[in-house]
Design a protein around this ligand. Structure first.
Ligand code: URA
Length: 321
């Protein structure tokens, strides 16, 4: 009996996919990560107490929201965005993909022009601080850190507010803190966070240029999916972060982030394929870095997703100047 996976059509499709995935190789992050089985999903019982935890590599980013526990230099108090902008976008050598990026950008700009004006009032904290997002975000963080709105307050070690620039034009949204994030109080600092940093750097940004947040601010025990009541309790904090930062592009990392922000049950496969809008802001979706650690073959698609994102960022910047 032929196994379904051995069907000649399937084998041909797989080969075509494989060849497609391996032409025009991207930068190192695309190649150098082997599968890491359940890298971020340790059983809850193996969680070390904070004092004994080995700190993971620190993000290089200016941490606006929270001082890092390890000896990162304290951010300079300033309400200005980072002086240096992102590095140039990586060149796209494949003319077909270049055209795809251009078409995507043009279509998105067209859709953006049709968006109704933003309904969301600016956050009251922005008004309080004369429109300065950095101070507004710091005040919001002070509100979020003692939160006890859901049961996760009983099991978390630290609230993970989010980190990056209050002036960020691009905001990445993950699902919820994992073990390392819970211990350090910073988003995406574990194995998947290190991959996310590489992905961000591969398109010319660093963690100072963007903001990284999560749907949930506290770790679900054992890294299970967020429960609806936890999402409901926490979503206002994310909405307020978005209202304060007002990014130009949102990138959802994984199914849970994309479905929650967009209020849909559509699969990640479907959501990845096109641009969406949250309160008039373009939203893109790609694979969660933890999924890439388990399925390295998805890195090619992710690399294309983030290059499209960078092309859109450049087009929006160009339009502004
Ligand atoms: N996974 C997430 O979704 N968020 C984090 O901050 C870390 C891992």
């Amino acid at each position: 009996m032929t196994h379904a996976d051995d069907h000649p059509d399937k084998l041909r499709d797989d080969l075509r996919k494989w060849v497609g995935q391996n032409k025009d190789l991207g930068p190192d992050w695309f190649l150098d990560e082997g599968p890491v089985a359940a890298a971020e999903v340790p059983p809850a019982s193996t969680v070390q107490p904070a004092a004994e935890a080995k700190p993971s590599a620190e993000p290089t980013a200016e941490i606006v929201a929270e001082p890092a526990p390890a000896p990162a230099p304290a951010p300079k108090p300033t309400s200005q965005p980072p002086a240096e902008g992102p590095a140039p976008a990586p060149p796209i050598s494949n003319p077909e993909f270049k055209k795809e990026c251009d078409d995507f950008t043009e279509a998105t700009l067209g859709l953006l022009a049709q968006q109704p004006p933003r309904q969301v009032a600016a956050d009251p904290l922005l008004e309080k601080h004369g429109g300065d997002p950095r101070h507004a975000l710091k005040d919001l963080r002070d509100e979020v850190l003692p939160c006890r709105l859901c049961k996760l307050a009983e099991t978390r070690t630290q609230v993970v507010f989010g980190a990056g620039s209050a002036h960020a034009k691009v905001m990445f949204i993950g699902e919820a803190p994992g073990r390392d994030e819970d211990l350090q109080g910073q988003p995406f600092v574990g194995a998947s966070g290190q991959l996310l940093t590489k992905i961000i750097e591969a398109i010319g940004f660093d963690r100072r240029h963007i903001f990284i947040g999560n749907i949930l601010k506290c770790r679900p025990p054992g890294n299970r999916d967020p429960l609806p009541d936890e999402v409901m309790a926490c979503e206002n904090f994310l909405k307020r972060q978005l209202a304060i930062i007002q990014p130009s592009i949102i990138c959802c990392l994984g199914r849970v982030a994309a479905q929650t922000l967009l209020g849909t049950d559509d699969s990640l496969g479907k959501l990845r394929g096109s641009v969406h809008f949250y309160e008039g802001i373009p939203v893109m979706a790609t694979y969660h870095p933890a999924a890439l650690l388990r399925n390295p073959a998805w890195k090619r698609d992710t690399w294309n997703d983030v290059r499209r994102l960078r092309a859109l960022y450049d087009a929006l910047q160009q339009r502004r100047s």
